[in-house]
Design a protein around this ligand. Structure first.
Ligand code: FES
Length: 274
């Protein structure tokens, strides 16, 4: 548990992976805390990562707490993320966290877990599926549905192909046909419709572009999922990260403090605002 939420821990970048190249590049940074072994966090929580002299940005933790170190997958979009993309193994950053309400994975024990992701929205879902894989005796079936615009835009591509090889229930998609692509072609919600996951005893967690989330929610409801069986996690610009500045507010919720994880039952009143 952190003592002063404004004081960052020092962390060192120990590995950098190029997930997506091109005009909207995504890199995954593996970081090791310098002064302590680790901090306790849960899947779905995030951190504010600071770069000395450049600023601070919120990122969801991309790996499960059952795996070593901390990983953040970063889309290059602004000043802080551009600077992070220039950093090298060995460089130091500051980390404030863990912040926010996590996925209630303990409450989901014994249930089937279905993750539905689009683009970089796969990041918090990865922290779930890794956890469920590592604690497989605690959960029922795991189904991973994930899509991106093209095969080059799939984050954690190699990891997901490996899971398919190992027999996990992974369903990938891309928006348009490509030579050699042997999985589904079309949008993520269409893939969900095609797969028709069983609603009974299942928790569905979806994360991706807002339009994908909205359509997916409707598909899940058509399949019989109830509002309290569906969860998502919201991305907002965060400043303080601890419910003080109001920057991340949507209606009466502060995403940094009350979320970023929400059930559909909580979200339905503010769907037009995400
Ligand atoms: S980021 Fe300040 S209240 Fe959420």
């Amino acid at each position: 548990m952190m003592q002063n939420p404004y004081v960052p821990y020092k962390a060192q970048i120990v590995e950098i992976r190029d997930e997506v190249r091109g005009p909207r590049p995504i890199k995954t940074f593996k970081m090791k805390l310098v002064d302590r072994e680790r901090f306790d966090y849960k899947s779905g929580q995030g951190c504010l990562v600071s770069i000395f002299g450049k600023g601070e940005s919120w990122f969801t933790i991309a790996n499960s707490p059952t795996r070593p170190d901390l990983e953040f997958s970063v889309l290059k979009t602004g000043k802080v993320t551009a600077k992070l993309h220039e950093m090298k193994v060995g460089d130091l950053v500051g980390i404030r966290g863990p912040l926010g309400r996590p996925f209630p994975l303990d409450e989901w024990k014994g249930m089937n877990i279905l993750t539905i992701g689009g683009g970089i929205g796969q990041t918090p879902l990865r922290a779930i599926y890794q956890y469920v894989i590592d604690k497989e005796n605690d959960y029922g079936d795991l189904t991973i549905i994930y899509g991106a615009r093209s095969s080059r835009d799939l984050v954690y591509r190699e990891e997901l192909f490996k899971l398919i090889e190992e027999g996990y229930n992974v369903h990938l998609s891309i928006d348009n046909p490509e030579p050699g692509w042997k999985y589904f072609v079309g949008f993520v919600p269409d893939n969900v419709k095609r797969i028709k996951p069983e609603a009974k005893n299942t928790i569905a967690i979806t994360c991706g572009p807002p339009i994908m989330i909205k359509i997916t929610l409707n598909v899940l409801k058509e399949l019989g999922f109830k509002e309290d069986q569906i969860y998502t996690t919201l991305e907002r610009r965060m400043k303080c990260g601890i419910g003080k500045c109001g920057k991340c507010r949507i209606e009466s919720y502060y995403v940094c403090r009350d979320g970023p994880v929400f059930s559909y039952a909580e979200l339905s009143s503010m769907l037009e605002k995400i």
